[in-house]
Write a protein that binds this ligand. Sequence first.
Ligand SMILES: [Zn+2]
Length: 311
Amino acid sequence: MKNIWKNIFALIIFGVFVFLFRTTILNDYYVLQDKYFPCSRPISYSIGSFDTSFGISKADFLSDIQQAEMIWEKSINNELFVYKIEGGDLKINLIFDNRQANTFKLKDINQTIEGDKTSYNNLKSKLDSLQKEYSAKKSIFDSKVVALEDSRKKYEDQVTYWNNQGGAPKVTYDQLNQEKKNIESAVAIVNQLQSDLNISATEINNLINQLNSFASSVNGQVKNYNTINNSLGQEFEEGSYVVDQNGKQIDIYQFENKDKLIRVLVHELGHALDLEHVDNKNAVMYRLNDGINLNLTVDDINLLKAHCGIK
Ligand SMILES: [Zn+2]
């Protein structure tokens, strides 16, 4: 009888102990489980801080995270992450700083460059057609000048001849007078053509100046683009995975588009799974985010399988 009471008493003590320290016990259990049976328990995650300056909604961000999550999960057909509205073990933060500000700047510059290029091409084709028109007019002008010189020379020869004869007969005199009038009106036409050509030449020169200033504006913009782009670097600075006194967190700082965002999320989720970098440039777990594939490479999958103890 005494023993039964002793046992009951011990059980109550144990119960109170478990009750009082239930969180610690559970956490210790999870730590051990994660250590000895990795991938057996999905990592719960929540969205932590979320900056709207990126121009995407929280719902979109969550859907991108879920796509990134799926990319890992479908490779081994196992639940590796689970979303919790609040209080997940892993916080995923979207943090706006100069990295994304520069990305937006680059986008703007790119648009300006594209706009300038379009204007440049439009002006260039206008210039080409003006130059064609000009050389067509110029060759008409040149042949008219040659013809004019020719008739002027003939006229002057005739005049000299008849002067030496002491004067021309009335019919010839009238013909020469008519010829003189013809030459004068031909001169007027040639002069008109000449001033048309001058106007065209000025227009062409103005266009060439505009084109040059567009070209130097594009060059300046490209230089500006490269400076900002080089300052961004290529490392996976778009995001980072951190474990500190606040727990586990993924910080996302920069992305150019949806695919790049998903790719950096896949990479950082990989770190959250305890995966390290691999040497394959196409791998999502390569140290640089310069690939474009959203699928895992064999190297990524092998890394995960090795970590999860799957053959
Ligand atoms: Zn990394």
